[in-house]
Design a protein. Structure first.
Length: 284
């Protein structure tokens, strides 16, 4: 499995937006799209930039502040924001990889730069996207020695947890001070699940879109920290690492709480931990 070519792992013809797309059109797309990363291309599908959920949170939070400055000019400011092209707010410096590179090179780039999507190019043209989910899916098949490692050998004991009634800002602050990308959510002594930075970004984006545009993103998804944590899976320490990868894919999570038979929190296993085990095996 780990000797596969990159072409067998990546997602081909990924959804992308053109640089001339207005922010208003992008907002309309967000309610239907189920992505965390948006490659930005020109008319010939040459890669010119990238947008992530966290980028959009920052952009729309700035828009919320601009709109709040003057209530009587709200509609005027909203029109300006809606007309702004994506090319003016995207990240123009984008890491990418050529399609003939190795899977190990792609995975190393994702982990080293702490990103979750890497455009795959043929010369300058976007042909595919290599994501952490693509590698997680490959790992979940269980065809490697690393996949048989027990969760207990990889998990980390969390230094912080947060109550299920916490606000999004509370969770963000806790993650910041704990220097962690995943925080267990508890109700008293009972662990409910784990919330990752990406989970938090998606919730924050929904909240901000409602505040600025009155629109909602994925209305059928969890809208609070409690709902998000309560729907999260857990795993036992003796299970295999490939089982953790499968749960992350099935539930679209970047981290899972590890609990004992009594339901007590023992640790956290994250997407990054799984993928680093995968990369270590690729190197040998």
């Amino acid at each position: 499995m780990l000797q596969n070519e990159l072409s067998t792992i990546v997602t081909y013809n990924p959804w992308a937006i053109e640089g001339g797309t207005s922010m208003g059109d992008l907002v309309d797309m967000l309610s239907a799209a189920d992505f965390n990363h948006w490659p930005v291309v020109d008319e010939e599908r040459r890669l010119i930039g990238m947008l992530s959920t966290l980028d959009l949170v920052r952009i729309f939070e700035a828009a919320a502040l601009a709109v709040a400055v003057s209530e009587e000019r709200r509609e005027e400011r909203l029109r300006v924001i809606r007309r702004q092209p994506v090319s003016e707010v995207m990240s123009p410096r984008v890491l990418s990889i050529q399609q003939n590179e190795s899977p190990a090179a792609a995975l190393w780039t994702l982990l080293e730069h702490r990103i979750h999507a890497l455009p795959v190019l043929t010369d300058l043209y976007l042909t595919a996207l290599a994501t952490t989910s693509d590698f997680l899916r490959e790992f979940s098949y269980g065809g490697s020695l690393a996949a048989c490692i027990s969760v207990s050998e990889t998990m980390q004991t969390p230094s912080e947890s947060i109550d299920c009634a916490a606000t999004l800002d509370d969770v963000a602050m806790t993650m910041h001070f704990a220097q962690s990308d995943a925080i267990p959510v508890v109700r008293g002594d009972l662990p409910l699940g784990v919330v990752s930075r990406r989970d938090l970004g998606r919730l924050k984006l929904r909240q901000t879109l409602r505040e600025v545009f009155g629109s909602d993103m994925q209305a059928d998804g969890a809208a609070t920290i409690l709902a998000l944590a309560a729907s999260a899976p857990t795993i036992r320490p003796g299970e295999r690492l490939c089982s953790a990868a499968h749960l992350m894919l099935e539930h679209r999570r970047q981290a899972i709480a590890v609990v004992n038979q009594a339901g007590r929190l023992l640790g956290v296993v994250t997407e990054e931990m799984v993928l680093r085990a995968m990369l270590d095996e690729m190197r040998f």
